[in-house]
Every structure is written in C-alpha cells, then in structure tokens.
Write a protein that binds this ligand. Structure first.
Ligand code: AMP
Ligand code: GLY
Length: 429
C-alpha cells in the first residue's frame, strides 16, 4: 500500500525505516522529511494545515495509510479535519479529543483522577484562584513543580527549590510567560525517582505494550544543564522488570485504555507514558500521544513484527489478536547535536563520514541535502546513532565508535549514555 507519514525528525526517519521493511509498503511519502527519509522515501512538501490539499494528495496518490509522527498536528485536529476520508484509509493518531492527553495537562490530570491512575497530586491555577495556588505551594515540600497547561515546545515545566521563585514563576506564567499555554498552570507534588518511557499502541479498546526506554533528557553528562528533547536512550531498561511492567499495565495502561473507551474517545495510535519509578511503583508524569524522539529510534529496531500489519490491526481494532515480538538485543541511541543546543546554535554545517558507519543505524533528525549533494545540519538534534548489542556496554560502544566517525563543526554528544544503568547492573551482581 501507499503510505503518507507526517513529520521531519529522527522519530519519523525511524518510522519510515521500519515501514520500508514491511512487505506491504509500496510508495512511502514523508512530509516534510529530512535528508535521511529522502534516501528511503519520497519527501514532499504538503501543507498539512490545509485539509483540502491533504485530501487531494491522498486521492491522487492512492494513499491507504496516514501516520502522524509529532503531537502538534494531532492537537490541531488533523484527524477530525480529514473526517470524511478517514473511513477509507488507516489513520494512526488520535482525534483532537484524544490528543488532549498531551495538549492539556489539566485534562490529563482530570482523566487520571477519574480513572484512579497514579500521578502526582496537583492544583489547576489561573489568575482567578492564584491565592489558592500560593497556598498549594505552601503545602508542598521543595522542589516545586509548575507546568503550563498547554503545549509549550517542551519548555513549559519549571522545577525550583526556591519558594519565592515558585511564587514569582506562578505569577509570570498565568500572565502569559509561555503565551496562552500558561494562562492555566498545573502545580504538582514533586515525585522523586527514576524516569522511564513506556509505550503502548492502542486501537481504543485493546492495546499492545512496546519496548520501554530510558531517556537522557539533559544536555550535559551526569544529567546536568537544561532539558532537551532527549540526548540518548537505552532499551530495554534493567529496572523495568517484569514485576514493574506488570504494575504499569494493571495500574496505568489498562485503566487509561478503558478510560478512553468509556469516554468514547476515538484513539487509534501510540500512547507514550512518561513515568516516574518511585520505590518500585509507577506514577504518570505525563502522557504523550505519539512515539518519543529519540525513543522511537531505540525501540523500533527491537520490534520484530511487520510494522504495517501492526498498524492495520490498530486501525481495524484487532490488536487483541496481535502479540509483539521483541528482539532479545539491547539498543542504545546517542544523539549528535549542534554545538549550543538547546539554546542558540548554527545550521548549515557539512556532515561527513556517514558512509563510514558500519555497525550502527544512523537516523537523521535536523539534516537536509543541499544543491551540490552535501548533507548539512538543519536543526539542534542532528543525528541519532542507534546500535544493537548483547548488552548495554556492547550497544553503546558501537554507537560511540560510530559517533567518532561522523563529523560536523560543533558536533556535541553526551559520553555517558547508559553508564548509570551499567553501574546499577554491576552493583546488583
Ligand atoms: P514534562 O514536560 O511533564 O515531561 O516535564 C518535564 C520533566 O520535568 C520531566 O521529564 C521530569 O523530569 C520533570 N518532572 C515533571 N513533573 C514532575 C514531578 N511531578 N515530579 C518530579 N519531576 C517532574
Ligand atoms: N524524548 C522525549 C519525548 O519525545 O518527548
């Protein structure tokens, strides 16, 4: 079948790579794509905000499946806008209503409360009840967690040890520090533990659990510095034992899918559970309505099912008949970023050495091909280098050897991906 994939990052290159391995994929189009997707698919420039144009493209190119990579088009209602053609195609991604699990933290919190899903206690605060907000801060132990209700490009969460700063940040946020997204603020109890990203694919009634990953979110080694989209991943995660994942399934995944079903929310797609492991018990920090980036680059190579068959079963509400076949290998992804990211960085730097990589998969993120054929940097996170191995050490070492072969001016990567987990395993032996 012909497939249209929406998105331009490393996650989308990984999805495209996985789709290309399916015997069912004929033509694969990616909008906008990057220099990596260009090598395996047709990059196109489609204005996805114009449903008429999307419908024409689907019709003219005999598209039978649409997959949405990032959250923004889902939150903007792309599925609802394509309503009159949706019954003819397989569409992977939730409706606008379902996308609120990510696009409104307050919606997600209410949903979790209603379905008894473990999460941090919280209060919604706007200009109207700001005094209640101060009182709630007074009741918490530091650090204090303040979140913009809406999508804020990953920047809407402030965590501070200082109560005075929590007060002033709350004031600034309700006045529009993050634009409309923070007119409403969710103040949360701080959860102390280790984070893990767990993924499910649901057809709205049934679900399958995909491999989990540990994401290294901060820019500097030792988890220092500002948050990024993610600087590396390991999967599977040693502390996500069978016992832990069973708790996640019973306490979080099942009630989430049952909740969506009881609310009649149309949801056929990925759910990303951002969890905190607090002394062996999982709590939801956030929901995302998509695969993670770079988690997709890490977990998709570990899934051995035919990806198109999995997605068709999702669209046809047949996930109860499907089992996920997981590789017994370990995957490690290391992100090569532009110097300066996540703050200011330069673009247009020539990337060399890609053809010398022979023991890793290189997924492109912020890259593009220029007229003379050179591939240049075009974003903060440039490449995701994923390797498989018998264990974490073997997998990360392959990714680091490959990282050295690739060069561009300003190349930066964390050298400690997986090191905490390797230590954890050694200590338990
Ligand atoms: P979010 O955008 O909700 O994922 O938040 C960004 C990051 O802030 C998360 O990945 C966590 O590291 C941290 N965080 C968010 N909420 C909490 C919380 N309630 N307790 C502890 N850390 C949190
Ligand atoms: N790597 C975290 C995310 O995709 O949100």
């Amino acid at each position: 079948m012909n497939i249209l994939l929406i998105g331009s990052g490393g996650r989308e290159h990984a999805i495209a790579w996985k789709l290309k391995q399916s015997i069912h994929t004929d033509k694969l189009f990616v909008t906008q794509g990057n220099a990596g997707t260009e090598q395996i698919a047709d990059n196109i420039s489609l204005n996805i905000n114009n449903p008429q144009l999307v419908k024409e493209f689907v019709h003219n190119n005999n598209i039978e499946m649409i997959i949405v990579g990032p959250e923004a088009p889902l939150a903007d209602g792309i599925k609802d806008k394509l309503n009159d053609i949706i019954h003819n195609i397989h569409f992977i991604g939730p409706s606008t209503e379902g996308a609120q699990l990510e696009s409104s933290k307050s919606f997600a919190k209410k949903f979790m409360e209603k379905y008894n899903i473990p999460t941090a206690s919280h209060l919604d605060v706007t200009r109207e009840n700001i005094k209640e907000g101060y009182n709630f801060i007074d009741q918490q132990k530091p650090p204090y967690v303040l979140k913009a209700d809406g999508l804020a490009a990953g920047k809407g969460v402030i965590i501070t040890e200082s109560k005075a700063e929590a007060y002033t940040t709350l004031d600034e946020m309700v006045k529009g520090k993050f634009g409309k997204a923070s007119y409403k603020v969710v103040i949360e109890e701080y959860l102390k533990g280790t984070e893990v990203s767990v993924f499910a694919l649901t057809d709205g009634k049934n679900y399958v659990i995909l491999p989990e990953a540990k994401d290294y979110k901060r820019i500097y080694e030792g988890d220092k510095g500002p948050n990024t989209g993610g600087m590396g991943n390991i999967s599977p995660v040693p502390f996500a034992t069978e016992e832990f994942i069973n708790k996640v399934e019973e306490r979080i995944i099942k009630p989430t899918v049952n909740g969506l079903n009881s609310e009649n929310i149309d949801y056929k797609g990925f759910i990303f559970f951002g969890l905190m492991n607090v002394n062996g018990n999982p709590y939801v920090i956030e929901y995302n309505v998509r695969l993670g980036d770079p988690e997709a680059q890490t977990i998709l190579p570990l899934i051995e099912n035919d990806f198109v068959e999995l997605l068709v079963a999702t669209s046809e509400e047949r996930l109860d008949t499907v089992s996920i076949i997981k590789s017994n290998q370990t995957a490690a992804t290391v992100i090569l970023a532009s110097g300066g990211y996540p703050e200011k960085y330069q673009k247009g730097k020539i990337i060399t050495g890609l053809e010398d990589v022979d023991e890793s998969i290189v997924f492109h993120a912020g890259t593009k091909t220029v007229e003379n054929g050179n591939i240049v940097t075009a974003g903060g996170r440039v490449l995701a280098i994923t390797s498989l191995g018998r264990n974490i050490i073997e997998a990360v070492n392959k990714s680091y050897r490959s990282a050295e072969k690739i060069n561009f001016e300003g190349k930066y990567y964390r050298k400690d991906i997986g090191q905490d987990l390797i230590k954890m395993i050694e200590q338990n032996q």
